[in-house]
Design a protein around this ligand. Structure first.
Ligand code: ZN
Length: 122
């Protein structure tokens, strides 16, 4: 689910609103606010050359490649049934390794710094 750890389902972002009935995603996070201190974003290299970015909490083991791939594949298939864009590139793929394991707060702080730099150049 968006805003939650892929392995343990703990919320790692501030959830601003949830989907409501009759949406099939009722109860799931709809709009996200700031990430919590524990939020991590891990970038994986897949065997077909593409990359996959996944959110976790800082307590879960992000090297459980087979388990993580199985969860992502199941989520992709479920999302396709409610009309979400299908990330077909991850189905039947496997993870070669971890490219980055970053704090979501650092990622957002860096984006804010870059946006400020671009404004100074303009
Ligand atoms: Zn977790």
């Amino acid at each position: 689910m968006a805003g939650c750890c892929t392995l343990c389902d703990r919320e790692v972002f501030d959830v601003l609103s949830h989907f409501m009935e009759p949406d099939p995603r009722a109860g799931q996070p709809k709009a996200l606010g700031e990430p919590f201190e524990c939020a991590r974003r891990v970038t994986y290299q897949l065997d077909n050359g593409s990359i996959m970015e996944i959110t976790f909490c800082d307590s879960c083991d992000v090297k459980q490649f087979e388990k993580i791939m199985a969860i992502c594949t199941a989520a992709t298939i479920a999302a396709s049934k409610v009309g979400s864009p299908v990330q077909a590139y991850i189905v039947e793929r496997y993870i070669l390794g971890i490219l980055y394991n970053l704090s979501w707060r650092e990622i957002i702080a860096e984006e804010v710094r870059r946006a400020a730099e671009l404004r100074m150049l303009a």
